[in-house]
Design a protein around this ligand. Structure first.
Ligand SMILES: [Zn+2]
Length: 268
């Protein structure tokens, strides 16, 4: 089947009831979240974390736990700006913005946000190194290096690849498999990174790909791998997690400064 046939699934436009909603989508917190999420697409594109126009980031709209931002179908990550982001509800209606989310984006992200209320941002990519780990039998991420230890005990694996997620059941299954984990490796597919904030989801997405790349390079040496012992891994994980929220905030702030310095119009 041609790639565009496989990937080009959009939801049928639905505007019923949208006008009945009374929304306060102009609060500063909503505007800030919109800009923060828009900012994440740019470095993700620069680092090659996206695949064509087929990957998606979402974030719960502050003050509206039944709504989420998502990127519209048909745009590459580096085309995403704050005003291009859609606001959707869990029934598939676009409340604000032009266009539609990709169908799998809706079915996966709507169910993750609905069933996992602690998840405020959910980033799904087919980023090459982490996805390569999803194509290997056994646990995808190994505890071989310091960067990987950021994810120690925070990962889950969906072993059952089931074609495209084009209904709520697939999204439900993904949310259920994820459980309390923040990182879900979708075997034969890609990854889902769930964060308590946009900054934390971005930070995890970036470092997950770095850890996956380092692991694959180590594996390609064909020399024996040297795992970190459990007690050391656990201690390192605890040290890293203690500073994660602040590091993630600073990481995103740095990214936004760099985008502004380059004149990237992500805030438009
Ligand atoms: Zn995917």
């Amino acid at each position: 089947m041609p790639l565009d046939t496989v990937m080009a699934h959009t939801l049928a436009p639905s505007t019923s009831l949208v006008s009945l909603r009374t929304l306060s989508l102009d609060f500063q917190a909503v505007a800030d979240a919109r800009v923060q999420l828009a900012a994440c697409f740019q470095p993700a594109s620069m680092h090659g974390l996206e695949e064509g126009i087929c990957n998606h980031f979402s974030a719960v709209v502050p003050g509206h736990d039944d709504l989420f931002f998502a990127n519209p179908y048909g745009y590459a990550f580096n085309e995403i700006t704050a005003s291009r982001l859609l606001i959707c509800d869990y029934e598939g209606r676009v409340i604000d913005g032009e266009g539609q989310p990709e169908a799998t984006a809706f079915f996966i992200h709507a169910r993750v946000h609905k069933l996992m209320p602690h998840v405020k941002a959910a980033f799904h990519t087919h980023m090459p190194f982490a996805t390569a780990l999803c194509m290997i039998e056994g646990p995808p991420l190994l505890w071989l290096g310091q960067t990987a230890l950021k994810f120690y005990g925070r990962t889950a694996v969906d072993e059952n690849y089931n074609w495209l997620a084009l209904d709520e059941l697939e999204g439900d299954r993904i949310a259920q498999t994820m459980g309390d984990a923040d990182i879900l490796f979708l075997k034969n597919h890609g990854v889902m990174v769930a964060g308590a904030s946009i900054a934390e989801a971005w930070d995890d997405l970036y470092y997950l790909e770095r850890a996956a790349e380092a692991q694959l390079r180590a594996m390609s040496s064909n020399r024996p791998l040297k795992p970190v012992p459990h007690d050391v891994a656990q201690r390192c994980y605890e040290q890293m997690r203690a500073g994660d929220v602040e590091i993630a905030r600073a990481h995103l702030a740095s990214g936004m400064r760099q985008l502004r310095a380059k004149g990237v119009a992500f805030e438009a």
